[in-house]
Design a protein around this ligand. Sequence first.
Ligand SMILES: [Zn+2]
Length: 290
Amino acid sequence: MSDKGPSAMYRPVTGTVLDVDTAFYDRLAEDTAGRELVDRFVVPIRSGRAWEVPAGHLCRVVTTPEGPQCGDFNVWNRHNPKERLWTSRTRQLQGAHVTRYDRLWSTLPYLRPLLTITNDTLDWYGVDSDGARVHDLLGARCDPYVNRILTGADFDFHCHSNLTRAVLPYGLTEFDVHDVLNIFTLTGLNADDEYFMKGSPATAGDFFEFFAEQDLLCAMSTCPAGDLSVPLWGPDARDPIEVCRPLAVEVYRPAPELVEGWSVPEVPAYAGLHGLLAPQWTATGLAQAP
Ligand SMILES: [Zn+2]
């Protein structure tokens, strides 16, 4: 046991998809001159937007000159919305907060990288004296149902609603919106194991960049809590409209030679049928095959 405590349950196995080729992603991150901007847009405050990122492309989420803002992010396989971000497995395989070289993993029965983070200008933040870190996979998106419970009022521009409106043009619905990556969001667990959020340490121009490992549909909400420096709920709550800012999104095609030899990760080759055709465990032991 190190001074960090017990070691991680899930550790990379050399030669598997968990063994990240950091030099490959470094080259992609560093070659900003050789990449071509193919899409750029701004997500206004308290709104949502969905967009596609083709496999092998880079995507950057950028704070604007107006200042910090938290972005609640969803991601799906563009061709199969049942394959989407699985936050709990990603927390186990990577960490409860993510940065450069971490991957976002998809749900079963797929379990492969949707994307790999190539650059993160907030990686210097590390962990603060409260145990808080940036780019959070612990917390769910804010939603109008929990808001109703906590305040008794209705509000239509929570992240869950913003994401729902964003994905409707792609044939998806509220049921496809899932647990998020909270980009630029500073969070942790307190001594009572309770989830807390603090004001984002981002400043204008900070960015979070990733490489699409598959054809992706992405969606992001500019959280109505803005940079999270003002509580949405509780005794000190007030409308944090003055800390709400837009976020920009950029999609790039990298120089072709940088992705030579790269291919979309495969689904793990589990060939069983979940024991459907195997002898079953019973109270008296292993029974004969059916
Ligand atoms: Zn939110």
